[in-house]
Design a protein around this ligand. Structure first.
Ligand code: ADP
Ligand code: MG
Ligand code: MG
Length: 203
């Protein structure tokens, strides 16, 4: 098995999935927020693609983080930006499965440091954290990189779906109180796309 993780392909693939699903993300945000998540993410990820240069993975993902912070706006900008900055900072020059797992965990920790979300708060954390756990479990069980990312996609999408019955305790949706129940969280939805794009960037 000699799969290579392509950091620039992750960013490009994420932007493509966001572009494909931007209307859905905005509709989800219209229900429990301010109807800008699709636009925010489209603007940010398009700028990140624009900023891609021929650099190593750590530098590429650091630039992506800085670009996302500058361009997404909203709550999700600093959160996704911090995810990429911490991910990049934890990375060496090669992105093997163990390095990815460690960096993904560092990115998740950055999201928590920034936004203080916990499990069940109905945020992107509820998709990202199960993905991080699935990667660790899969690798501990002796699985390879692709199997770990396959497991991460399944876990992130289950986590995303799991936000539907939750009552939001962070971000704008929390202002709705009980009225946030019954809606899928937009940030958890874009976070599941981030994980899917990572799987697709492993070739
Ligand atoms: P805004 O709410 O400022 O308009 P977006 O619509 O772009 O920003 O992003 C909203 C998403 O951000 C939510 O669906 C949620 O997943 C995520 N989010 C908001 N606050 C937090 C937080 N404190 N921690 C983690 N994620 C959060
Ligand atoms: Mg919004
Ligand atoms: Mg907004």
């Amino acid at each position: 098995m000699t799969e290579t993780f392509d950091a620039a392909a992750w960013v490009r693939g994420y932007a493509a999935l966001i572009d494909r699903d931007a209307d859905t993300l905005t509709e989800l945000d219209a229900a429990i927020g301010d109807a800008d998540h699709g636009g925010n993410m489209r603007r940010g990820t398009a700028a990140a693609v624009e900023a891609l240069a021929e650099t190593g993975p750590a530098e590429t993902l650091k630039q992506t983080g800085m670009t996302l912070i500058r361009t997404i706006g909203g709550a999700s900008g600093p959160l996704y930006g911090t995810f990429f900055l911490r991910f990049a900072a934890a990375l060496g020059e090669t992105v093997d499965a163990a390095a990815f797992a460690k960096a993904f965990r560092a990115g998740l920790d950055g999201v928590v440091a920034r936004g203080k979300a916990e499990a069940g708060d109905k945020t992107m954390f509820d998709a990202l954290a199960p993905a991080a756990d699935a990667i660790d479990q899969s690798l501990s069980a002796g699985g390879g990189f692709a199997a770990a990312l396959d497991a991460a996609v399944v876990a992130a999408e289950a986590g995303r779906d799991g936000t539907i019955p939750m009552q939001a305790r962070k971000g704008r949706a929390s202002y709705l109180g009980e009225r946030s129940v019954g809606h899928q969280d937009p940030g958890a939805t874009s976070a599941a796309l981030l994980v899917r794009a990572a799987r697709q960037a492993l070739r």
